[in-house]
Design a protein around this ligand. Structure first.
Ligand SMILES: C[S@@+](CC[C@H](N)C(=O)[O-])C[C@H]1O[C@@H](n2cnc3c(N)ncnc32)[C@H](O)[C@@H]1O
Length: 268
């Protein structure tokens, strides 16, 4: 409890800095106040997963304001980089993926949606530290990995497949690589429309054996630009029929995850 209070105080101090708030738009400033309130609410609960999990947080006024601020920021091109290559992820989610990679030591990380390959490079960089032979398979209809490919670890550890992630050709190529029983961590980041995500879940869950994970990205976008028609709705539909996976809310403990209720663990 003491450490929770210290963190809340630190957050409060950070968000009340005048130099900081002047750099943000009105929405951003509101978001900062909202985030302090949100943090206080969360940390006063003994088990915040009860409240934060299952996408419930998305309906809070505070989190809606935060999401608008994040969307504005992303629209301005304020996305992060890994070793200089754009990585369209929150620091919290990349950190959690790092934890999962270190824990699972996967034989394969399968990433749908490569873009510039900054996140792919991040996964490969971490994987190299914990696994002798682990590889990343990344798929995109238009992979733009010229810069990422300049890194040795990318050339040595990454297989880039060009094509539609749900095409028979791509799926069969992955089937040739991944063997039953391999430890696999999948992350889905192409289209965030319900039907497409559900299809990806159905297809890519087959490559995951017990103990492995699927990280469904942008479940937080189920509101906003994809109201009721996004990844979270797809997750719910998938889990209704597939009892081999559960939502692992503990993976959202860094609070501002875009993967709300999106870390799915295969339990059998
Ligand atoms: C959000 S970006 C991926 C960002 C990347 N994962 C990162 O963290 O930096 C989405 C990517 O999905 C790709 N994409 C969209 N629909 C696709 C599909 N059906 N098959 C393959 N790639 C697709 C786009 O070309 C785009 O590069």
């Amino acid at each position: 409890m003491k450490s929770k209070c210290v963190l809340v105080l630190c957050l409060s101090a950070f968000f009340s800095l005048p130099a900081c708030s002047s750099r943000f738009s009105t929405v951003g400033t509101q978001a900062q106040h909202g985030s302090v309130k949100l943090a206080k609410n969360l940390f006063l609960l003994d088990d915040y997963s009860e409240w934060y999990g299952a996408g419930r947080v998305k309906s809070t006024e505070e989190f809606d304001i935060l999401k608008k601020a994040f969307a504005l920021s992303a629209a301005k091109g304020n996305i992060g980089t890994w070793l200089g290559i754009p990585s369209m992820q929150s620091t919290e989610d990349n950190h959690m993926m790092q934890e999962l990679i270190a824990e699972l030591k996967p034989d394969y990380i399968i990433e749908t949606g490569t873009y510039k390959g900054g996140t792919t490079l991040f996964y490969a960089t971490v994987l190299e530290k914990v696994s002798k032979n682990g590889r990343v398979i990344t798929i995109d209809i238009d992979p733009q990995v010229e810069e990422a490919s300049k890194f040795d670890v990318f050339r040595e550890r990454v297989t880039v497949l060009k094509g539609d992630v749900v095409s028979e050709e791509v799926i069969s190529r992955i089937g040739d690589i991944v063997k039953p029983g391999d430890t696999v961590l999948v992350t889905l980041d192409t289209s965030h429309k319900r039907e497409h995500v559900l299809k990806e879940l159905q297809v890519y869950s087959k490559f995951v054996s017990a103990g492995g994970y699927i990280a469904v990205q942008c479940t937080a976008c189920n509101v906003g630009h994809n109201p009721g028609n996004g990844p979270l709705t797809a997750v719910r539909a998938f889990l209704r029929r597939n009892k081999d996976f559960i939502i692992d809310n503990k993976r959202e403990r860094f609070l501002f995850s875009s993967f709300l209720s999106g870390f799915l663990k295969r339990v059998k």
